[in-house]
Design a protein around this ligand. Sequence first.
Ligand code: UDP
Length: 241
Amino acid sequence: MTLPTMNRVLLKLSGEVLMGDQQFGIDPAFVLELAKEVKAAKETGLEICLVIGGGNIFRGMSGAAQGMDRAQADYMGMLATVMNALAMQSALEQLGVETRVQSAVQMDQVCEPVIRRRAERHLEKGRIVIFAAGVGAPYFTTDSGAALRAAEMKCDALLKGTSVDGIYDSDPKKNSDAKRYETVSYGKVLADDLKVMDASAVALCRDNDIPIVVFSIREKGNVAKVLSGEGTQTVVTDHTA
Ligand code: UDP
């Protein structure tokens, strides 16, 4: 399927892709590789908003499963996303790409707060805006943060870079016959509980008609390929043509 003309996209990267081959945390060399991918995407003329998860450092659900107060654990998860955003900012700026980090949890000494009009101005000036701390509230994830910022910033698509190259009808790591969807509707993703993004994020994209493009960020050059329509991906949309 051909994607709509894209001028501005929201790129969501799961925290786990920042680990590289490690089991935990941030691998700066790998973050630099990711930053090169983001830079290449930007060089196609796109305006880019970036949202990075925190699962490589801390997830609220795992903290809660070990007896922590859920909200408290989620605050820790949000702080993890700010650390990742700063790591990505540093890598992008090493490559000469101007960026600003805006956090949904205010941290004046470290980054800007989320201010839509200011973010607009950054994009106009050719900067990449990295939105940190998700929606700024516990019981949410950075997928919801990504959907919210994609809607708020009027992005043409939400690109979700993960370690899998799309959405399958069953887990491709467990089932060799698993089939990848080229396109799939929001309704099917929700009804079949296809693990792409959490339900609130999918619903927000559906309500605002924002296509979700799921692709592998681990493959070199893939962001640019996906943007040019030559990559391997699954598009979540209600438009089939
Ligand atoms: N989080 C939150 N509210 C948000 C975004 C994130 O509480 O709006 C917390 C939550 O605990 C989550 C953690 O931050 O588990 C890390 O984010 P996420 O799990 O979305 O990261 P990813 O899976 O994308 O790496």
